[in-house]
Unconditional design. Structure first.
Length: 295
């Protein structure tokens, strides 16, 4: 996928597997008809299109499926079956697209903070991208649910950017890592931090297995579906639906089990097969019953 500069051919374990990528189908999936020249403008437009079309979700885990990161599976799920996925799926697929278009792109492993102090040393568990374009390095991430940036963020300490009405900032953390922050209604919020260490497909596979199987993983414990929209963002956690607008506290409402498939279709663009809808509704009922027992 990536490696230090070397005169020797790169081993397949550090290369992007772009040969089987169905470029036309991918671009149709995200509704993109713009330039494919590897520029910052193209990178920005592709990231926006991907995020507008492909939601963040863990529904395969909840309904008893497996998350696989080979390119054939990623394309089949996210492109051909118009599903979503979480960070390891989305950023590996998006990075493959960028690589095929001629961008210089590497994967990186991030330590999620989600509001924790930047001095906190959490485990590496998140797959994201660093892309070189027009003489600069850019943080690019299509797999952070409803809190992530919708456009590339320059890797430059102290820089602040606005993506429409959403604001982000890059800093250096007390651990000496890059720190991504997001301005919410209540101030700056630490999203994650990351370094420059080599991070390859095998790392993503390892972290993917952990977060999709560990009993304490949030992706195992409940339904998570999110959409990173341009003006409004949505977050579904079990049956709680939150709506987020720039600079405003989130609003919340409860979704009924019966209405769950309709919410997935209308707000997140997810059309599940009837058997998947039934399995998800059954799991939602079990989660509600378990929460009631815990209370």
């Amino acid at each position: 996928m990536q490696a230090p500069t070397s005169p020797l051919p790169l081993h397949e374990s550090v290369q992007w597997n772009t040969g089987p990528l169905d470029l036309d189908a991918y671009l149709q999936r995200i509704g993109y008809r713009g330039s494919l020249i590897p520029s910052v403008e193209t990178l920005r437009a592709l990231q926006q299109a991907h995020l507008s079309s492909i939601p963040f979700e863990n529904l395969d885990i909840i309904t008893g499926g497996e998350i696989r990161l080979n390119l054939a599976h990623l394309q089949n799920k996210l492109v051909h079956h118009r599903r979503g996925g979480y960070c390891h799926e989305q950023n590996l697929l998006f990075g493959t697209l960028l690589n095929q278009l001629g961008f210089q792109v590497v994967t990186r492993g991030a330590r999620m903070l989600m509001g924790e102090e930047a001095s906190t040393a959490t485990a590496i568990a998140h797959t994201m991208l660093v892309v070189s374009a027009e003489g600069r390095d850019w943080l690019v991430d299509v797999g952070v649910g409803n809190i992530g940036p919708r456009e590339p963020v320059p890797l430059e300490e102290g820089i602040e950017v606005r993506h429409g009405h959403w604001e982000y900032r890059m800093e250096r953390s007390p651990l000496g890592l890059w720190l991504l922050r997001h301005r919410r209604h209540d101030g700056w919020f630490n999203v994650y931090q990351f370094g420059d260490e080599l991070y390859v497909r095998a790392d993503a596979e390892n972290h993917n297995f952990h977060v999709s199987h560990h009993p304490e993983s949030p992706f195992v414990r409940g339904i998570i579906v999110q959409h990173n929209g341009e003006a409004v963002r949505y977050s579904l956690s079990n049956l709680e639906l939150k709506t987020l607008s720039p600079g405003q506290p989130p609003t919340s409402q409860q979704v009924t089990i019966k209405a769950l498939p309709q919410v997935l279709r209308e707000l997140f663009g997810l059309e599940l097969a009837p058997e998947q809808e039934h399995a998800l509704q059954q799991q939602a009922a079990e989660l509600v019953a378990t929460q009631g027992e815990d209370e």
